[in-house]
Design a protein around this ligand. Sequence first.
Ligand SMILES: Cc1ncc(COP(=O)(O)O)c(C=O)c1O
Length: 367
Amino acid sequence: MSNSEADTPYIRPNFQNVPFWNPTKILDHEIGKHIHRMDLNECPYPPSPEVIAAMHSVAHTLNRYPDGTCPELTPLVAERLGVPQETITWGGGSTQLLTSIAEISVAPGQNLVAPNLVWKRFQGVYKIVDANVTAVPNRADGSIDVEALTNAIGNDTRLLICVTPNNPTGMMLSEDEIRHVSENTPENVLLFMDEAYHEFAIHAGGPNALEILKDRKGPWAVTRTFSKAYALAGVRLGYAICSSPEIVDAIRMVSSTFNLNGMAEAAAMAAWNQPEYTQFILDKNAEERARVEAGLRDMGYEPMQSVTNFVSCDIGRPGMEVVAAMRERGVRISTVGGDEFANYIRLSMGIPEDTDAFLKELREVLK
Ligand SMILES: Cc1ncc(COP(=O)(O)O)c(C=O)c1O
């Protein structure tokens, strides 16, 4: 049922008719069954025993509010990234930071510029800030058109959003493209790079957007996360590296003081100090991605050039129908979104057994 503004005048117009969709919901027919969960770009491997032990070790402190500035983790991250500690802030997943970054820069009605095809959550961010959004079409292959993006910046633009590698395409920007965005975004516009899949880009030999943005004269913010390459999606910890402490303070102001959970910092420190486990996750991911791509090609389909833990592919018929049929068969995958990509599916990499199940069931569904 849809509400009109007259029915719910106590809800702001931008939040009218926004039905909640729960991505993690387990359907009745899935309860108690083994499900191949390949729809949310999660890491299929659990946190390491050391990370679990670190969480145990702080469990007895959970009656207290944690220090959301992560005072022990921040120096470690700052040192490895070569940035001042005061330019790092933390969020309940980088999802929280996306909203906070938009909130601190764009007032209702002001303009933000973003690629049309980006992670679906950005649609929610646009509603929250009630911005005037210039959605710049992606190129026909799904990649971000950086020239069109910076050409779309107007006098009223306050924020430019870029995602590399991007979700749902899995494609990354080249060093030259990131430099183009950095150099052609004016100094009165906050340049925001979502690098949730940064570790995967580096593993694939790609550029480090943060390093390139460090040369930028104007303001910038880069977000990264412990959810993907560090196997900690359930802990909800992401971070923003910003061009100045003023941006950090503004983000903290809108993200609330007690926005982290009390085990996140200990878990993340243990994961950060165990690069060999991250390497294992990235290596295994690349192996399964190669198997998924080969399997799709074998069926006559050409997947997008992903460097991430997910792959999107044109399967020549409505993605929504295929996603529903696969879910009936115990394999959860997702659509890509956007009318021009209606015939695409997206799946996250799992363990080898998930890849086997995906390829087997897809062959059946597409018969
Ligand atoms: C592009 C992108 N950014 C950010 C996120 C959010 O990750 P988290 O909130 O777990 O840090 C995701 C999650 O899938 C994503 O795909």
